[in-house]
Write a protein that binds this ligand. Sequence first.
Ligand code: SME
Length: 152
Amino acid sequence: MEQKYTDVVTAVRALISGEKEEMSVLANVAAELHDSMGYFWVGFYLVREGELRLGPFQGPVACYRIRHGRGVCGTAWEQSKTLIVPDVEAFPGHIACSSLSRSEIVVPLRNAKGEVVGVLDIDSKELNAFTPAEGEMLEEVCAAITETLYSE
Ligand code: SME
């Protein structure tokens, strides 16, 4: 992995090590990714009562609830995999929280059993902003959260 990405994963691991309070950890991870990567919008949606609900984030205000299979977030949840959307206007059913968002990546957040308990959602004002390598880095960030928060 690129040095820059390795550094971000290392920083996140150090930041959350030993802390079990879910909202605090997710808030700090959003802040760390926002500052280190310069993302326009970065945050979490969490599975609550069968839908995704807005969790900690950095960036402009966003929609509160997303249904299973809806938008990029609900689709990543349904398919249980990372989705990279180079042009949000070309994604059927994309939910536009900000008209400035042009591309997006969504990474599932899993519990220790591998079940999706939320998603990490990142938006860019540029088209085609996210690479597969960046997706791998963000998957490692989510794996670090799983270890810290959702493992025994
Ligand atoms: N665009 C997302 C909705 C969340 S906002 O980007 C913060 C989607 O289509 O699921």
